[in-house]
Design a protein around this ligand. Structure first.
Ligand code: PLP
Ligand code: COI
Length: 341
């Protein structure tokens, strides 16, 4: 199989249609078998629930080529679980977890020519998503749904790659207490668009959202969870009911404590402790770990000792370990890597 003629090393995080996508439909109370299609367009009724009431959820995961030429996906079972939970919260019929994994395998194999080669720094991003496809006008869930997985080859999420970024404390909230911050619903991201554009216009890469009820605790950014490192090397991550349970964060916390013997804490993190940390990073599928060099809090700049040139040593160790596991250079815990081919 010949790879596509792409400048893999210079890919950014942007959409490029590949040859195939997976699509399944839910009708009359059941999901059909689903199939691959070459058609990247979706035709829906003007009154489809997704258009009127944003009944949609999604996932994000990556496939990699390993040094010995295998293609693997990183912990897709956790994406299947999380999408199941998102669907239930949005009154959608969850897509069966075993079918989710089968669809992941199929769509990666069909797009094998688009999986970036080992060592290119790029990966194939998979975006599973589902939405209410039948018309509703009174506020109600749809009766029919579509589940799809599109794939696109991607490079780093932030333009700076793994160079430290500067973020700002947002005056907007991305989630409400007892709302939908803990699921991956498109509506959370619609909420964040004005905040991210505002941050970009002011020269910041991302927003730090604080807890919407009291604005005293750290939550997450628009597309990643936070990791902090204390001056004595403890890895700390915020605990909150309104942040997304990141697969990357859960994996990194496990790597830190179980593989690297580091001390870890998952607990509420007060914003006023942030200035005392030695390192700060954002973690997620798209970002992997992106170091934060500084945080602007309404004109007051918090600068981390790790500086603006490179990732701090503890986050770098975590970054090297997780990327090593993802590409099968380092043996990870059992079941973390799904071999597709
Ligand atoms: N938080 C938000 C709001 C996200 O959109 C994402 C991206 O998926 C994450 C965190 C990171 O989650 P994961 O590591 O599962 O990709
Ligand atoms: C991911 O990391 O997969 C995400 O979905 C984050 C962002 C692109 C929304």
């Amino acid at each position: 199989m010949e790879k596509k003629n792409i400048d893999w090393g210079n890919l950014t995080f942007s959409y490029q249609p590949t040859d195939y996508r997976f699509v399944a439909n839910y009708k009359d109370g059941k999901w059909d078998e689903g199939e691959l299609t070459t058609d990247s367009n979706i035709v829906l009724n003007e009154c489809a629930c997704v258009f009127q009431y944003a009944q949609e959820c999604f996932e994000g995961l990556k496939a990699y080529t390993t040094e010995d030429g295998h293609i693997v996906a990183f912990r897709p079972d956790l994406n299947a679980d999380r999408m199941y939970n998102s669907a239930e919260r949005l009154e959608m019929p969850p897509y069966p977890k075993d079918k989710f994994l089968e669809a992941v395998d199929k769509v990666i194999m069909a797009n094998e020519a688009w999986v970036p080669p080992f060592g290119s720094g790029a990966s194939l991003y998979l975006r599973p998503y589902m939405f209410g496809s039948s018309p509703v006008i009174g506020v109600a869930p749809a009766e029919e749904y579509q589940f799809r997985i599109l794939t696109t080859p991607v490079g780093p999420y932030f333009k700076s790659g793994i160079k430290p970024i500067t973020i700002k404390v947002s005056d907007f909230d991305r989630a409400a207490p007892h709302g939908t911050g803990h699921i991956k619903a498109g509506l959370n991201y619609a909420m964040s668009l004005h905040a991210i554009i505002t941050a970009h216009k002011e020269g910041f890469s991302e927003n730090m959202y604080l807890d919407p009820a009291t604005r005293t605790y750290v939550e997450e950014t628009g597309g990643a969870n936070f990791l902090f490192v204390t001056k004595d090397g403890t890895v700390v991550t915020p605990k909150s009911d309104s942040i997304l349970p990141s697969v990357t964060r859960r994996s990194l916390m496990y790597i830190a404590s179980e593989m690297l013997g580091m001390k870890t804490e998952e607990r509420p993190v007060r914003f006023d402790e942030v200035k005392d940390f030695a390192e700060c990073g954002l973690c997620g599928t798209a970002a992997v770990i992106s170091p934060v060099g500084a945080i602007n809090d309404h004109g007051n700049l918090i600068q981390f000792p790790s500086g603006m040139d490179e990732m701090g040593p503890v986050l770098k160790k975590l970054y090297d370990t997780i990327t090593g596991i993802q590409q099968c250079k380092i043996e990870g815990p059992e079941g973390w890597v799904r071999v597709i081919k």
